[in-house]
Design a protein. Structure first.
Length: 145
């Protein structure tokens, strides 16, 4: 059976969504809340709601609601930046929730690379990085169309 890009994209998104749903259930957070926590924990230099929306292609309303709820729950603080920018900072109470989410992410990656040799995994990740670089270069030249 020949696997197309769209087959890969579809199954990857479906399975990763299931992983995030399980993390949400285990933490008692919504899918959007755990997604925001994991994004901030895994991308420390991208710490604004705009960063999350840009990278995750998530709706502004979903991110705003998740940020508001996480702030109320004491998992985030919002710190003014330059202009209208507000930087989101994780609090210590977010750490156990992030640990659960990261554990689920690690299990997902372990499943993806099951039966890969270390060199096969390295080649895959190298090719993937090259693809991302090519796409980023295209985006940089032509903007986010």
């Amino acid at each position: 059976m020949k696997v197309t890009f769209w087959d890969f994209y579809s199954i990857f998104n479906k399975e990763y969504s299931n992983v995030i749903k399980k993390a949400a259930e285990e933490t008692g957070l919504s899918v959007n809340e755990i997604s925001v926590l994991l994004f901030l924990a895994n991308n420390p230099s991208a710490d604004t709601a705009a960063d999350i929306m840009r990278v995750r292609k998530a709706a502004k309303s979903h991110i705003s609601l998740a940020v508001s709820q996480l702030t109320e729950k004491g998992c985030l603080t919002q710190q003014p930046g330059s202009g209208r920018k507000i930087h989101l900072k994780l609090t210590p109470s977010a750490e156990p929730l992030i640990a659960i989410g990261r554990k689920k992410q690690k299990q997902f990656l372990d499943r993806i690379f099951q039966d890969f040799s270390p060199s096969e995994k390295e080649v895959f990740l190298s090719c993937f990085a090259h693809i991302i670089s090519n796409l980023q270069e295209e985006e940089d030249q032509h903007g986010d169309r």
